[in-house]
Design a protein around this ligand. Structure first.
Ligand code: HEC
Length: 103
């Protein structure tokens, strides 16, 4: 019993750390063009979360030139962020998906 409580506590701590990291990355790399809920130069994270899954989000971050057409855009104006590591991409995608309503 004690062990279960401990593990639940640890995994919720890990989740919190993950979304913190995602928010930090969002503020340093994405905020100029995307806002959380308002449309800016790029779509809001709320709009993205409503229609995309994690794989689509990560693909767009690392290779927007390869994905913009299949996502329905006529041009690509987003730069590729191909220097982010897998953990950072994961945290960013999770952060975007926290804006999904009625999960
Ligand atoms: C220079 C402006 C700019 C920056 C910086 C930027 N984006 Fe974008 N983003 C766009 C634009 C414009 C689009 C529309 C499609 C395109 O241009 O490729 C887009 C599209 C997207 C999409 C797909 C939208 C959809 O319909 O699902 C995702 C996901 C995304 N951006 C995530 C990010 C993340 C995460 C970051 C930060 C690491 C980021 N963007 C940084 C401008 C930007």
């Amino acid at each position: 019993m004690k062990k279960i409580v401990w593990m639940t506590l640890l995994s919720s701590l890990a989740l919190m750390a993950g979304s913190d990291e995602g928010e930090k990355l969002f503020k340093s790399y994405c905020w100029g063009c995307h806002h959380q809920t308002a449309e800016a130069f790029g779509p809001s994270f709320k709009t993205i979360a409503a229609k995309r899954n994690k794989g689509e989000i990560i693909a767009q971050i690392v290779d927007p030139k390869g994905t913009y057409k299949s996502l329905g855009y006529r041009r690509n104006s987003m730069p590729a962020f191909d220097d982010l590591n897998a953990t950072q991409l994961d945290a960013l995608a999770d952060y975007i998906l926290t804006f999904k309503e009625n999960r």
